[in-house]
Write a protein that binds this ligand. Structure first.
Ligand SMILES: Cc1ncc(COP(=O)(O)O)c(C=O)c1O
Length: 451
């Protein structure tokens, strides 16, 4: 349990957007103009924010009876799924407007399952966004396919649809866009390319619970969508995941694959008709997820309102560029990324900027680097299996192509991101974030010299 948020605290905090945090905010509130001339905290001035930020995860004692009920039942595994798991699957599908949902052990296993079910096989290629948590790469690699990176659009942090088509080969089987940080990808052109080349599309919506693209929820925009409920996520159960989709045959195949290949639904009576694994969720996890659905809905509104408000303020600061969201779409802000251009801050490095921000009481992170250089892909490329499946020439060209990802390189070099919990604080806290950045910029010459 968090130190700063009592057991009963989160519901009030989320609902009010929040009364709890606004009390904290008022302790440190000062007029906006003070900050620009104030000394930055890193140079000995007063920090812009001295309150606590909401901690994560949050829970409530009202969850306990259902969890105890499962414990005392001795039926902890999925079995036929009836009970908490089935309730959650129905509720999640309804919330998203999807026909079906299958809960899984994690987001990674949801992705592995989905790629397998849409037909990704050993020796295939999958076009994917490079700017993602490396589980997305791994889900392709575990299926013994090659993650082929399209470039990242530096204005959206997402896959640039214009960079997809040139990467299609006769081995390409699927496209795997990632709605990173809960920012919806531009799905219409992606789906159009997929249709033209007869490719499957699986959405990595692992950070995009309730994000919307042109009136439809992320995770319902392609063949299958994948979610994560890992501890840091907006709806966490420690570990957990889900696949959503509108086709019974695909979800039934997913069900079979995640349950050791056992037939279900459309395939009933066919025994173990497919390969598979054990990627099952437990009832305990579903019992934690069910009461968080309404919490997620309410908190998403708070994050969205705060992100809109903060984006409008930051867009006015030279050198800070918030993310662009496609028209008629809504992001859900698992992280709030901004592009930091140091030339507008007298050359103050990104690390120096983040250190100054930290001193103001505002934590931030650089998030992902160019992970394709980290070693996992070199290990795959060097392996006997990949050499056999793709051959040395394709793999050499593949490795060389990482250098062409100039949009992604820029994003990796310039991102500064705030965590979703900051967006659960109140309006005043958003003002403090913007003011802290203005203050740092006003003193950036001095800061750059002292760094
Ligand atoms: C974009 C993305 N894809 C996939 C995953 C994998 O999900 P999990 O950690 O539940 O396996 C994550 C988790 O952080 C993620 O952020």
């Amino acid at each position: 349990m968090s130190d700063s948020l009592s057991r009963r605290g989160f519901m009030q905090a989320a609902a009010a957007g929040s009364a709890f945090w606004s009390l904290q905010g008022s302790k440190t509130a000062r007029s906006a103009s003070t900050y620009v001339t104030d000394k930055p905290a890193v140079l000995g001035g007063r920090p812009a924010w001295t309150g606590n930020w909401p901690s994560w995860p949050q829970w409530d004692e009202s969850w306990e009876p259902e969890i105890l009920k499962i414990l005392r039942s001795g039926r902890w595994f999925r079995g036929d799924g009836s009970g908490h798991i089935a309730h959650f699957e129905t509720a999640w599908a309804n919330l998203l407007g999807a026909r079906r949902c299958l809960a899984t052990a994690s987001g990674t296993t949801a992705l592995i399952t989905s790629l397998y079910v849409v037909g990704v096989d050993a020796g295939d290629e999958v076009i994917v966004s490079p700017y993602t948590f490396n589980a997305t790469y791994n889900a392709i690699l575990i299926n013994k396919a090659l993650p082929v990176f399209a470039d990242t659009d530096p204005t959206t942090w997402n896959i640039d649809p214009a960079s997809i088509e040139s990467r299609i080969t006769d081995r390409t089987r699927a496209i795997l866009p990632v709605h990173i940080f809960g920012l919806p990808c531009d799905m219409d052109p992606i789906n159009a390319i997929a249709k033209k080349h007869d490719l499957a599309v699986v959405e990595d919506a692992c950070q995009a619970w309730l994000a919307e693209y042109r009136g439809k929820k992320c995770g319902t925009l392609a063949d299958l969508g994948c979610f994560s409920f890992q501890n840091s996520k907006h709806i966490p159960s420690g570990e957990g995941g889900a696949v959503t989709g509108n086709r019974d045959d695909l979800i039934d195949r997913c069900h079979a694959f995640h349950n050791c290949g056992r037939a279900t639904g459309t395939f009933q009576g066919r025994g173990c008709f497919t390969r598979g694994s054990n990627f099952r969720i437990q009832h305990f996890q579903a019992a934690m997820l069910l009461p968080q659905i309404e919490k997620l809905v309410q908190e998403t509104r708070v994050r969205q309102a705060n992100a809109d408000y903060l984006s409008a303020q930051l867009a006015e600061i030279p050198g800070i560029t918030p993310a662009r969201v496609p028209e008629n779409s809504r992001a859900v802000w698992h992280l709030f990324p901004m592009r930091y251009d140091s030339e507008h801050f007298n050359g103050l490095s990104r690390v120096g900027f983040m250190r100054a921000l930290r001193a103001e009481g505002i934590p931030s992170s650089t998030v992902y680097g160019e992970q394709y250089f980290d070693g996992m892909l070199d290990e795959a490329i060097a392996s006997r299996g990949y050499q056999r499946l793709f051959g040395p020439k394709r793999l050499k060209d593949y490795r060389d192509s990482f250098q062409e990802l100039t949009g992604n390189r820029q994003v990796c070099a310039k991102t500064v991101a705030l965590s979703q919990t900051l967006l659960l604080a109140d309006r005043r806290a958003m003002d403090q974030i913007a003011q802290a950045i203005r203050k740092i910029r006003a003193h950036s010459g001095e800061l750059a010299k002292s760094a």
